[in-house]
Design a binder for this molecule. Sequence first.
Ligand code: 2HG
Ligand code: ZN
Length: 450
Amino acid sequence: MTEPHLADVPDVLLREFAAVVGETHVLTGDATAGYAVDWTGAFHGHTPAVLRPGSTAEVASLLALCGDAGVPVVPQGGNTGLVGGGVPLHGEVVLSLARLDRLGPVDTSAAQVTAGAGVTLQQVADADPALDLGVLIASRGSATVGGAIATNAGGLRVLRYGPMRSQLRGVEAVLSDGTIVSHLSGLVKDNTGYDYPGLLAGSEGTLAVVTAARLQLVPRAAGPVTVLIGLDSLGELHELASRALREVPGLLSAEFFTAAGLAVLAEHAGLAPPLRAPVYLLLEAAGPGAGEDLAALAGDLPVAVGTTAADRARLWAYRERHPEAAGFLGVPLKLDVSVPAAQWVRLASEVAGVLHAVDPDARVIIYGHVADGNVHVNVVTAAPADGRHEEAVFGLVISLGGSVSAEHGIGALKAPWFPLVRSDAERALFTRIRSAFDLAGILNPHVLPR
Ligand code: 2HG
Ligand code: ZN
């Protein structure tokens, strides 16, 4: 592979960066290594500098400098993304928001909090004993508020609380010319023009750099009960999950995985299966009657039940550690796709077959958020990674009326397939929106192709 061309950052610009943030917060050379690769090892980039601002004003000054010099910038949060959207694959400068870690006091009357972009999702969730963040993702200890907004993170409770966009009551962000826009009052009703916080959610760092957010919190689940149910087929699993959506009013999560992924976790992470079945449905519910509702739903099926925090965590580990499973076998290709509910069984049943047709020795692990029509397809390839795996999976998904990205975004990984899911007219509109925000044209230029 040829070395990516590093953005041209002259020494004088590096000195100007240092004058803004201090020399210790302008990283160059080997010190940038951890910021240039994602956690799965699938995306490797290079950067002339990592900038670590400690305030919104510093973000504004840095962006103004980059904008003036035409230096491309990749904003980065906890670097837990899965589509290469937060790493400098084309030699961009990295703008790390990790130091914007101020978490305001919780406003208990509104159940809201203002959090800096670098605050982790776990810290928001822990901010008040009676309240919680509606978004729950496995990487919550590292994933940050800014990154979760930029990617519109979904996760394990979307069926109940929606993705990150649904938690947003306002944002503060910096445009690429250094202008700060801020709307953090948190009003529940505020019909005063464009919902730009909603637009920044899922913008993958292409419109503005989110520096803080006003987040709606949710009541902490009372008496949560977790069950892991063993089933014989994906069809039965989907049917039971659909019934849970209808019949369990306190339902928080409906997640699935299969024996293939669990076998890898058993071997490499010591997670001994609590029961044996071809496919597994994990349900969690809370509130009055949750335990009885889940028991009635499970009926005579094999089931493991967790009511204490420790037992629930043990059951959740089988699902939450699935993103690591393929990594034990090699560097994984992670495809995150969704289809309408009526097509979910076909997607989940056929996806391994279409992959094996183009790569007979590929290892395929599927799991995900069954109630959202969302399947995570993790592939450890044996044949050359020349796009054949993406073509196979996305071909199936499109034939079923689905999307090439359910919750991880487009990033670098899916850029070539973007036109499959967005028309010429939509992409032209995206381009005009982008130009309106990113006047300098420097924000994540290779993500969400223009
Ligand atoms: C999950 O649901 C995450 O566990 C990660 O979205 C999925 O690693 C993946 O493919
Ligand atoms: Zn997911």
